[in-house]
Design a protein. Structure first.
Length: 80
C-alpha cells in the first residue's frame, strides 16, 4: 500500500492518478512491466535502471487498469 505521502503526491490537477509504492518489482531489478502493458492511456513509463515506473499525470486517467495486474500490489489509485 502506498504511503500517505505517495497518495497525496498522486493528486495532480484535482484528479487522482496512479501511485506506485517502493515495493514495485522493477525497484528490485526484476523486469515486470505488467502495469505498462495494461495501461491503455500509455501513462506508465520505465527507465533502463532499476526504479519504479514513472506515471505521466497528464496521461493518467485514474481508471485503475494497472492496479489488479501488479503482482507485488505496488500500485493504487487514491480515492477522490
Amino acid at each position: 500500500m502506498p504511503t500517505r505521502r505517495e497518495f497525496l503526491a498522486a493528486f495532480r490537477g484535482g484528479k487522482p492518478i496512479a501511485a506506485v509504492h517502493a515495493r514495485c518489482l522493477e525497484s528490485r531489478g526484476v523486469v515486470c512491466r505488467a502495469c505498462r502493458d495494461a495501461c491503455d492511456a500509455g501513462a506508465i513509463a520505465f527507465t533502463p535502471r532499476p526504479a519504479p515506473p514513472r506515471i505521466d499525470a497528464a496521461l493518467c486517467t485514474g481508471c485503475g487498469q494497472c492496479v489488479p495486474v501488479c503482482p507485488a500490489g505496488a500500485i493504487a489509485i487514491p480515492a477522490p
